[in-house]
Write a protein that binds this ligand. Structure first.
Ligand SMILES: [Zn+2]
Ligand SMILES: [Zn+2]
Ligand SMILES: [Zn+2]
Length: 328
């Protein structure tokens, strides 16, 4: 496997001839006491917040490997590098049958804390420019494991979508000296037709230009660029966020059985790069958020293959439907 850079769009792509893995029926590597369980990297015991013990483990078939140097090199006009990075599985629960939205707020808080701690820890490695958490749930999202898990990757490059966001929010800030996310949120809250839930510290809303039907974001009301700094600080209001995530995922699951969830947080600012000039104001111009993209059966095409996004339900109608669902 290697990373190749598209010389036109400048996106990095993982390229390689993958070996198809055969699932072993009845075997779960993440259930307690599993034979050949992957290496445990970190564990949070239940006593931190009252959830169960949960762990981060090495992904059994990682896309990125922790050893070695990226060895960024040219092949003629092309750029390539080794798939150096980290790829971890965050085991959300020791129970095989309890997903995030079926968990208690204490358990979800515990999971958020483990995520934040893993991101902080990996950002200590100066090779890594970006660390994030994501979850692919359901058959249409190519869910990999039956056990309730999320994944975490640390990469030697900033993924394309995040790079777009970083550049755009920096440009907006240069012009207005304001955060584009704070401004968006302010406007949405004044006329809350796309707001699903507005709490004291966090909001869920359907973005104005949703890429897929029922796309929904969760973000903090107060400006904060870093998820991990937010979550590990005393003023995190973790229970409020946990409850909002639980209810948002219940809403999503009542619309669709599959979704992508991704956390967008600030890149590794220990990694001062002279080429990528977006670090100077990033704490003021970027605002962390969680994006959830449901996959709606018949009309779904893999959204990353589309040239232009097409949504057959407006975000106002989606938010209205979400609000009307009876969720506890
Ligand atoms: Zn299991
Ligand atoms: Zn902001
Ligand atoms: Zn984003």
């Amino acid at each position: 496997m290697e990373l190749r850079k598209d010389p036109i769009t400048r996106s990095w792509v993982i390229v390689g001839d993958d070996v198809e893995r055969q699932p072993q029926p009845g075997y779960c590597p993440f259930c307690p006491g599993a034979q050949n369980a992957p290496q445990v990297i970190a564990t949070l015991n239940g006593n931190e917040l009252g959830g169960g013990p949960i762990s981060a483990m090495v992904h059994p078939a990682p896309l990125y490997r922790i050893e070695g140097e990226p060895h960024r090199h040219a092949e003629g006009i092309y750029d390539a590098m080794n798939t150096v990075g980290a790829h971890e599985v965050l085991v959300q629960s020791i129970r095989h049958d309890i997903e995030l939205w079926q968990s208690s707020d204490a358990e979800i808080s515990q999971f958020l804390l483990l995520t934040a701690q893993r991101i902080q820890d990996l950002k200590g490695d100066l090779r890594f420019k970006y660390v994030t958490m994501f979850k692919n749930h359901g058959p249409a999202a190519s869910q990999e494991f039956d056990h309730p898990v999320s994944e975490l990757t640390a990469t030697t490059f900033v993924p394309r979508r995040v790079l777009y966001e970083l550049r755009a929010s920096r440009d907006y800030y240069l012009e207005k000296e304001r955060c584009v996310f704070c401004d968006t949120l302010g406007q949405e809250l004044r006329n809350p037709i796309r707001i699903v839930e507005a709490l004291n510290h966090y909001v869920s809303m359907c973005p104005f230009a949703s890429r897929v039907p029922y796309e929904i974001w969760i973000m903090p009301r107060k400006h904060e660029s870093s998820f991990e700094r937010s979550i590990t600080s005393k003023s995190a209001h973790l229970n409020e966020l946990a409850g909002l995530i639980r209810r948002t995922l219940q809403r999503v699951m009542s619309i669709s059985e599959s979704f992508y969830l991704v956390l967008h947080t600030v890149p590794n600012t220990y990694q001062k790069s002279n080429i990528l000039q977006y670090w100077k104001t990033v704490d003021e111009d970027y605002h962390w958020h969680i994006e959830i993209l449901p996959i709606i059966g018949a009309k779904a095409k893999p959204y990353f293959l589309k040239e232009v996004y097409y949504t057959h339900i407006s975000s106002e109608s989606a938010a209205e439907k979400y609000r009307k669902l009876s969720i506890r």
